[in-house]
Design a protein around this ligand. Structure first.
Ligand code: SF4
Ligand code: SF4
Length: 393
């Protein structure tokens, strides 16, 4: 159901929580940019287009609004209706990051060398508007799917894994840990055919392309689900896109049916534990780690299952960082005009880590791990990677 702007009671709670409004005077806040400006946009009155593009799509405003006004959806709806200028070539590249990741993987080690070359970074900055300060992660020739294909078959209850592009091309170690943790619990992982979830295309203004990818994913995942197999994902942003945006933003027929068969990995493992089925033969980890809860995990409304799971590891103390957005928001923080805003958005988290001299941060989202790691220099892991360590060899 479309969100209704008349539901807004002007309480401004959304403004109080919006991290971008706190970070920059260039964004008027969710209340003004959302339901207030929508009245003008619907009548064709001129409203600054850049307001819409300053929203980083963290969905915090939607979560805190007491009257269920889905402000990010209003922003996207206006962008779909052409209220912002056509996306640039830079936005095309960032939206199609899955193609760049594939290309980068094929081209290693040359692609990694070029990626680190200061002149190349300067060209990207001056020529395209991709900020030279952003630390781009290295590509891997051995993708997760290539590793998986060479793996011996494992007998167990089948479970389907939507790994997403980042795990496949940039962080294949996470994919390997996911498979090993699931096997420790008696599951046989299968990889359904899958494309990029489409979120980078949505946030860069390529809605038709996102719909095409979404339709392909839906077809493949539906086949799996109809065969009685549950689907799990390790990226909250991919999961949120499939569970929520395919239906509410992209209007892909049949998308809502899939939603109840898709689970976030920590949520899934915690459910196993509640049913007494989780393998809890964890080794001791005598250390203190920090945990950052990603905005898109909170948008899934599953609580913070990783914290409960990690509390099962003997000796491990996990401290939750101050609630907030890390700022990167996919490709948002890569853009030259947004880089400083993105850094300011996450500053409270970075300061907390510097003050406590943290060495390890756990977070479920790849963008959060990338931003926290590059802004503070701490090591970052997905919760499943800590579980994998606790299982030992
Ligand atoms: S929190 Fe919701 S009801 Fe309050 S101003 Fe924002 S959109 Fe309106
Ligand atoms: S989605 Fe996030 S950045 Fe956008 S208006 Fe809402 S709170 Fe602000």
């Amino acid at each position: 159901m479309k969100t209704n702007i008349d539901q807004c009671i002007k309480c401004s709670i959304c403004n109080a929580y919006c991290p971008v409004l706190k970070a920059t005077g260039l964004f008027p806040g969710p209340k003004l940019c959302g339901p207030d400006a929508e009245r003008f946009r619907l009548k064709g009155k001129p409203i600054p287009a850049e307001w819409l593009e300053f929203c980083d799509y963290c969905k915090i405003c939607e979560r805190v609004c007491p009257h269920n006004v889905r402000i990010p959806e209003l922003h996207i709806r206006s962008r779909i209706a052409g209220k912002t200028p056509k996306p640039s070539f830079r936005d095309w590249l960032l939206g199609h990051s899955y193609l760049l990741e594939k290309l980068g993987g094929w081209g290693t080690p040359v692609s990694n060398w070029i990626n680190r070359w200061a002149f190349f970074r300067w060209l990207l900055d001056r020529g395209l508007g991709i900020d030279h300060r952003i630390k781009m992660p290295p590509f891997h020739r051995q993708t997760f799917t290539r590793w998986f294909q060479r793996r011996k078959d494992f007998k167990g209850t089948p479970i389907a894994y939507f790994h997403g592009c980042y795990t496949n091309y940039i962080d294949p170690a996470l994919g390997r840990d996911m498979v090993e943790v699931l096997e420790k619990n008696g599951f046989r992982v299968i990889l359904p055919d899958q494309e990029c979830c489409g979120l980078p295309l949505v946030s860069n203004g390529f809605f038709a392309g996102a719909t095409r990818l979404g339709e392909k994913n839906l077809k493949s995942l539906r086949k799996v689900v109809e065969g009685g197999i549950e689907v799990i994902f390790s990226s909250p942003s991919c999961g949120m896109t499939i569970k929520q945006e395919y239906d509410s933003i992209l209007h892909i027929p049949g998308a809502s049916i899939l939603s109840e068969h898709l689970s976030e990995i920590s949520q899934f493992l915690l459910r196993l534990h509640e049913e007494g089925k989780l393998n809890t033969s964890f080794k001791r980890i005598s250390d203190t780690y920090y945990y950052h809860a990603p905005c898109h995990l909170r948008a899934l409304q599953v609580g913070l299952p990783a914290l409960d799971l990690l509390s099962l590891i003997p000796g491990l103390k996990v401290i939750e960082l101050p609630e907030g957005c890390c700022g990167l928001a996919g490709s948002y923080g890569f853009k030259r005009e947004k880089y400083a805003v993105a850094r300011e958005v996450g500053e409270e988290i970075f300061q907390a880590l510097r003050k406590r001299k943290a060495k390890v941060v756990i977070s479920d989202c790849e963008a959060c791990r990338m931003q926290i790691g590059s802004q503070t220099g701490v090591k970052t892991y997905h919760p499943v990677q800590i579980l994998r360590q606790a299982y030992g060899e």
